[in-house]
Design a protein around this ligand. Structure first.
Ligand code: NAI
Length: 335
């Protein structure tokens, strides 16, 4: 299928091209660097499919325009789909597929990377060493062994996180709207959301961004969390109220914060902005704290994950072209 690939980077070109060549009838990919928005939607004209990523804006208006241009299917090369108006897509009759499962290990391991790096202040320590400062003051961490870690959302990624934490000897409290026996077998104890948030030394988020999970980490909840709590978010930025965590960091209620995602990341992440003046004061403030570690939505970014994302994406497009059932289609009704 003639497919416009928005927000594409060199790695998208590499991995999608490699997977595409393995098909009997390869697709015709047009790699576009621009993010899909109301301003760039016209670039989709002349294609039959659109392939998008986490910050492409599949609003009702954009979807209507895409359908008018003759686009027949949307293929998300990611798991999250909070950037798609699924209700509008369904009304317009545009199927949307995603890659629900590629490498939960990639995201889980990055989550632990943030947790451990914050705890042992690896980044600060390395900066000091480079300046010839070999002192240890301010670098003291804590044993992960025996600490209580709260996992919110125990799907594919949350489950991997539980297994790793169990290996470290942590006590794992978990919350999910759909508890799973495999998570209990992996060593976690399901409790209610409040208990997870208020009884844990570390809280890590692995649920989707939905209206009911928006600002799940709020000022009111931070107030009731353990003093010095570490919060990790590798899920979606909107789960955390950034202004509230800044207040929590300033009052030292929050002891450390690790973010791979940020609510307003669409205008920041995935581009080199080192020559720009940062306009987002909230984000700028976050990066001033010595106990905050931010990565730019890279938790998924491993070779294995990219191979699987590309494979699933080209195969979903091929299934659509061959009129076969779409295994990974999103439905508004059961999203
Ligand atoms: P999943 O669909 O396997 O698991 C999500 C879990 O959240 C499910 O068990 C679900 O029941 C639970 N859940 C739904 N509503 C909830 C609520 N209100 N409270 C608590 N739990 C709730 O998804 P997966 O693959 O584990 O991904 C989790 C999230 O990680 C995704 O939604 C996505 O936003 C994010 N993600 C981030 C990546 C990154 O690179 N930073 C890469 C991939 C995913």
């Amino acid at each position: 299928m003639k497919t416009a690939v928005f927000s594409s980077k060199p790695h998208d070109f590499q991995f999608l091209s490699e997977a595409n060549q393995k098909l009997d009838r390869p697709h015709e990919f047009n790699f576009l660097e621009l993010r899909l928005t109301e301003k760039t939607v016209r670039l989709a004209e002349g294609h039959q499919a659109v392939c998008g990523f986490v910050n492409d804006e599949f609003t009702a208006q954009v979807l209507t325009q895409l359908a008018a241009f003759g686009i027949k299917i949307i293929a998300l090369r990611c798991a999250g789909f909070n950037n798609v108006d699924l209700e509008a897509a369904e009304q317009i009759g545009l199927p949307v597929v995603r890659v629900p499962y590629y490498s939960p290990h990639a995201v889980a391991e990055h989550t632990l990377c943030l947790m451990l790096a914050l705890n042992r202040q690896v980044y600060r320590a390395h900066q000091r060493i480079r300046e010839g400062d070999f002192s240890l003051h301010g670098l003291m961490g804590f044993d992960m062994f025996g600490k209580t870690v709260g996992v919110v959302g125990t799907g594919a990624i949350g489950q991997c996180v539980v297994r790793i934490l169990n290996g470290l000897g942590c006590q794992v409290l978990a919350y999910d709207v759909h508890p799973q026996p495999a998570v209990v077998a992996a060593g976690a104890t399901y409790v209610d959301l409040e208990t997870v948030l208020f009884e844990s030394d570390i809280v890590t988020l692995h649920c989707p961004l939905l209206p009911e999970t928006h600002h799940l980490i709020s000022a009111q909840r931070i107030e009731r969390m353990k003093p010095g709590v570490m919060i990790i978010n590798t899920s979606r930025g909107g789960l955390v109220d950034a202004r509230a965590v800044i207040d929590g960091l300033k009052s030292r209620k929050i002891g450390a914060l690790g973010l791979d995602v940020y609510e307003e990341e669409a205008d920041l992440f995935f581009e080199d902005r080192s020559n720009d003046l940062l306009q987002d004061d909230v984000f700028a403030r976050l990066t001033t704290f010595p106990n905050v570690l931010v990565t730019g939505h890279q938790a998924f970014f491993t070779k294995e994950a990219l191979q699987q994302i590309a494979k699933t994406t080209v195969e979903s497009l091929a299934s659509f072209e061959a009129n076969l059932p779409l295994t990974f289609q999103l439905k508004y009704s059961n999203a």
